[in-house]
Design a protein around this ligand. Structure first.
Ligand SMILES: NC(=O)c1ccc[n+]([C@@H]2O[C@H](COP(=O)([O-])OP(=O)(O)OC[C@H]3O[C@@H](n4cnc5c(N)ncnc54)[C@H](OP(=O)(O)O)[C@@H]3O)[C@@H](O)[C@H]2O)c1
Length: 305
């Protein structure tokens, strides 16, 4: 198989490493060359180009059995979302028409579910988010699905929850830095997935997914922010995050103000996907062990003078 990973960053590199080690020829596209060495080490061929520029896509040589987009807008706001996700989705479908790509897998986000009542959501739940950035992701999904509907290219969408893993984990890092705050009122549900499980979910979709189908990629156990912070305090021995002042804002809402529990039933039942880290407890075990041993070393140094 010849596979192109568009926006080959944190997740794309891990996916590419797995695909290359199982014998595929994998090209990874991104704008900058900073991680070309990492890509080469993982068995990928680095290509430089910008998804928002059709001429850059045109310049990529050869045909592809599959294209997977793991592109992200980085820290950009709504304009970057429009350019990268909406513009990028349109560019990829147009390019796939000319290149006859075998299939197109598009990574989206569980933030397309705007539900705020703590309910369970599946791929069949409504996607009517309030956040403009999330609405842009819904529009990008529609552009991708149109690729299947119009017979241009078989497409699949994977809606990914909050990603953590080596070097990543927004709330975990805030907690360790002493910057996390407990919610003053009801704590919202969070949905997470380890990077390696995003990669294995994408592999499952690439190999066994149905054209036109949407899949949620998330672990087995949603957790409230409060319960997660309490777990981290108990597991690391560090102090529990203080409560935010009533009426004050909690400085951790990176992904909007939704409150829902996302089900991975379809990925498990239809594609036989099994996460290596079924919950955040297993997924954070190594990082927590690192914090515990660093704290111990620090305490030992203090005790010895
Ligand atoms: N992080 C989360 O919690 C989360 C949650 C839900 C969904 N997702 C989705 O999961 C996917 C993977 O996320 P990630 O954390 O692996 O993202 P990431 O580490 O930011 O990687 C994305 C890559 O895209 C490249 N890129 C950005 N703009 C580009 C452009 N215009 N043309 C070509 N390449 C471009 C970047 O490299 P250059 O800057 O060198 O171009 C970067 O390496 C993304 O689709 C993201 O939206 C993430």
């Amino acid at each position: 198989m010849r596979i192109l990973i568009v926006g080959c960053g944190y997740v794309g590199l891990e996916l590419g490493r797995r695909l290359a080690s199982s014998g595929a020829e994998v090209l990874g596209l991104r704008r900058r060359g900073d991680d070309d060495g990492l890509m080469a080490g993982a068995g990928l061929q680095a290509v430089h180009g910008d998804l928002t520029r059709p001429e850059d896509l045109e310049a990529i040589p050869g045909d592809f059995d599959a294209v997977v987009s793991t592109v992200s807008s980085g820290r950009g706001g709504i304009d970057a979302y429009h350019q990268v996700y909406l513009g990028g989705a349109g560019n990829l479908v147009d390019w796939s028409r000319r290149r006859r790509a075998g299939r197109l897998v598009w990574v989206s986000s569980t933030s397309v579910y705007g539900q705020a009542d703590g309910s369970w959501v599946t791929e069949d739940s409504p996607t009517a988010p309030e956040e403009p950035t999330s609405r842009c992701l819904v529009a990008a999904e529609q552009a991708i699905t149109e690729g299947t509907r119009s017979g241009v290219v078989p497409t699949q969408i994977v809606r990914v929850a909050g990603i953590y893993g080596p070097g990543r984990g927004h709330l975990f890092r805030q907690f360790i830095a002493g910057e996390a705050r407990l919610d003053p009122g009801q704590s919202p549900w969070m949905n997470m997935i380890h990077r390696d499980d995003v990669a294995s979910a994408l592999e499952a979709v690439l190999h066994r997914g149905e054209p036109g189908r949407i899949y949620n990629a998330v672990d087995d156990e949603p957790v409230t922010r409060g319960e997660f912070l309490r777990y981290l305090a108990q597991a690391t021995g560090l102090p529990l995050a203080p409560a935010a002042e009533a009426g004050g804002s909690v400085p951790t809402r990176k992904r909007g103000s939704t409150n829902k529990r996302v089900s991975n039933g379809r990925l498990r039942e239809e594609l036989g996907w099994r996460p290596r880290f079924p919950t955040w407890r297993e997924g954070y075990a190594e990082a927590i062990a690192g914090v515990v041993s660093a704290t111990r070393r620090h305490d030992d140094r203090k005790a010895s003078g």
